[in-house]
Design a protein around this ligand. Structure first.
Ligand SMILES: Nc1ncnc2c1ncn2[C@@H]1O[C@H](COP(=O)(O)OP(=O)(O)OP(=O)(O)O)[C@@H](O)[C@H]1O
Ligand SMILES: [Mg+2]
Length: 238
């Protein structure tokens, strides 16, 4: 069963028509990759799903409910969490305060919050050691961990992650690969936007390749992974 259905969406920034009849479907419990070169429309697709840039036409359905014109706080309450590009957080606030923002405004019991917090500290022990530190003073890798932790604390059913490995050292990329797999194994559905195509194909079940705001190819990741033509045609960087 699919948890997310995006059907023929057309999304604009002002007069610029960015997404053209874009469709995708994400199976419940799966890890789905969305890949494409710079400017292909990946972030715009995520923004169209959460409602920070609503499509002009087409539909977005989450668990069968039409959420096409919802606001971000509404999609968040329904169980969709986004970890945006460039790990946006509040640099002046401490790690603890940033984490608290993850479950603020959500209907979650205190027991569930402590369960989620324990889980997140198991993934990222360093965050627990640094609760009082200002987020802006942490390394890029630690900030990415914090961004993911904050996303998980809203107890999502669907996690949208936009280029989590961007700018990270290889050892951290490997750690992140492991964490994403573990999050997925916990049953959280993931839609992962990634420039690291090898990693994306490796850890995902299904992948969508988009270019110029349009669907190009999709299929089981292990099949697409072998297709050199896809990489040459749609994934050349730059
Ligand atoms: N706020 C905006 N206003 C106008 N145009 C925008 C805006 N944001 C993005 N665009 C344009 O929309 C297109 C798609 O951008 P988008 O950010 O979705 O691509 P992307 O696939 O996420 O790229 P990247 O890999 O660089 O993050 C690009 O041509 C971009 O220039
Ligand atoms: Mg982007």
């Amino acid at each position: 069963m699919s948890i997310l259905e995006v059907e023929n969406i057309n999304t604009y920034y002002g007069q610029s028509h960015i997404l053209h009849d874009l469709s995708l479907s994400v199976e419940e419990g799966s890890l789905c990759a969305l890949i494409g070169r710079n400017g292909a429309g990946k972030t715009t697709t995520l923004r169209s799903i959460i409602g920070s840039q609503n499509p002009k036409s087409g539909t977005v359905k989450f668990k069968g409910t039409d959420i096409t014109n919802n606001e971000p706080h509404e999609t968040s309450q329904l169980g969709i969490s986004i970890i945006p590009e460039h790990r946006r957080m509040f640099p002046e606030l401490t790690v603890e305060e940033n984490l608290r923002l993850g479950h603020m405004g959500q209907e979650i019991t205190e027991d569930r919050v402590s369960e989620l917090t324990n889980q997140v500290f198991e993934y990222f022990p360093r965050l627990e050691e640094r609760l009082d530190q200002q987020a802006g003073q942490m390394s890029g890798g630690e900030q990415q961990m914090l961004a993911i932790a904050r996303g998980l604390l809203s107890d999502p059913d669907l996690l949208l992650i936009d280029e989590p490995t961007e700018g990270l050292m290889p050892t951290l990329v490997e750690k992140l690969r492991d964490i994403l797999t573990r999050i997925s194994d916990e049953g959280i559905t993931i839609l992962l936007v990634e420039q690291n195509v090898e990693l994306a194909f490796d850890i995902s079940d299904h992948a969508y390749v988009i270019d110029e705001g349009e669907n190009r190819v999709d299929g089981p990741s292990e099949t697409l992974k072998e297709d050199e033509e896809i990489k040459d045609r749609y994934l050349a960087l730059g």
